[in-house]
Design a protein around this ligand. Structure first.
Ligand code: OSB
Ligand code: MG
Length: 369
């Protein structure tokens, strides 16, 4: 298959509610979309990079530069029989996995469409529904936190993840446990702690959390391993795992017991699959995280989460949790039992609302050979 040209766009989209994590607060999201033209057909992808370098060093701006300056010129006009060929061409560019991932995922969806298969089955998944949870940001007060949790439980979400940071951790989790002793609960620190906080974090052990996500710095696999020896709560890694190699090292070191796989963070579906397999061979479950995606990235996450070792509910919430109107049709909705239905149409499985995308676009450029 030959990618004839690629259109890059940045949209401006307002989240229904501001989302606060230990690294900042976000109300407007600026998703970078790519549209691959192959044989006169459009194939969409979404880059998960944020506006600033807080979650990762990658940003919307760096991804745009990498795509335009280095990644797209190597692939446009080339005959690419499979994803291997694409990965080989991208390999000389170090890092920048988010920039690479949006092309890899759009290209994989194109291959799936060409093979007349839904993306999920093309990837080797078998489920028609995926279990989902919700990620709740840091709130101004405990009352607001409890109310937000209550709202999502009543909507049917079965696993609650809350963001924590120093000053909003043991007290907040304790209050949740008092109100909701039985819910499946976990916390995500987005690297807000250091190993010096081990004794403090051990206080979370009494709350029976499903896991504690990314307590320490992304590069700190060794310290995560040391922390895991000090706390009973299973550690899950998110930011630390940018590649299959990181997953292999984390497993070897005992730095985590669970991995949050985000295809948009690790370079795409093929690398996600490798991480999935490394974890499976180590008897370690994985789950699919989210990056406040539009329906395009969400469709990719849903498809990936159908693979067998995705054994825990993901952060793949319904479109309506993020946006007044999603840019895909049909939007993702929550089904009974806290699941999301896997699209059965060929390829990405959802239709992009091009008119809406056009209205939301704040920057665009066509990249040709
Ligand atoms: O750490 O998982 C994270 C959102 C943006 C950046 C990082 C993270 C998140 C979330 C939200 O937790 C997940 C989602 O609902 O998309
Ligand atoms: Mg996280």
């Amino acid at each position: 298959m030959k990618i004839d040209c690629v259109e890059l766009r940045v949209l401006q989209m307002r989240l229904l509610k501001p989302f606060r994590t230990s690294f900042g607060i976000q109300q407007d999201r600026y998703p970078l979309l790519v549209r691959l033209e192959i044989d006169g057909r459009s194939h969409w992808g979404e880059c998960v990079a944020g506006e600033g370098p807080w979650y990762s060093y990658e940003t919307v701006e760096t991804a745009w530069q990498m795509l335009k300056g280095y990644l797209l010129p190597t692939v446009i006009g080339q005959d690419l029989p499979d994803v291997d060929a694409l990965e080989t061409l991208f390999a000389p560019v170090r890092g920048h996995h988010m920039a690479k991932a949006c092309i890899e995922m759009a290209f994989t969806a194109a291959l799936a469409e060409h093979a007349r298969k839904p993306l999920s089955t093309f990837l080797g998944g078998a489920r028609d529904r995926v279990e989902t949870g919700v990620s709740i940001g840091i709130q101004a007060t405990v009352d607001e936190l409890l109310e937000a949790i209550g709202t999502h439980l009543s909507q049917g979400y079965r696993r609650i993840k809350v963001k924590i940071e120093p000053g909003w951790d043991v007290m907040a989790i304790g209050a949740i446990r008092e109100r909701y002793p039985e819910i499946t609960l976990m916390a995500d620190a987005n690297s807000a702690y250091t190993l010096d906080d081990a004794a403090h974090l051990a206080q979370l052990d009494r709350f029976g959390l499903l896991m504690l996500e990314q307590p320490l710095s992304p590069g700190d696999l060794v310290d995560h391993a040391a922390l895991q020896r000090e706390i009973r709560t299973p550690i899950c890694l998110d930011e630390s795992i940018e590649s299959a190699r990181d997953a292999r090292h984390a497993v070897r070191l005992g730095a985590c017991q669970v991995i949050n796989v985000k295809p948009g963070r690790v370079g795409g579906f093929a690398e996600s699959r490798r991480i999935h397999d490394i974890a499976a061979n180590a008897g370690m479950p994985v789950w699919c995280g989210g990056m406040l995606e539009t329906g395009i990235g969400r469709a990719c996450n849903v498809a990936l989460a159908t693979l067998p070792n995705f054994r825990l509910p993901g952060d793949i919430s319904a479109s309506g949790r993020y946006w007044a109107e999603d840019i895909v049709e049909p939007p993702f909705v929550l089904q009974k039992g806290g699941t999301i239905q896997v699209p059965s149409r060929w390829g990405l499985g959802v239709r992009v609302k091009v008119d809406l995308v056009e209205r939301l676009t704040v920057r665009r450029e066509m990249i040709r050979q």
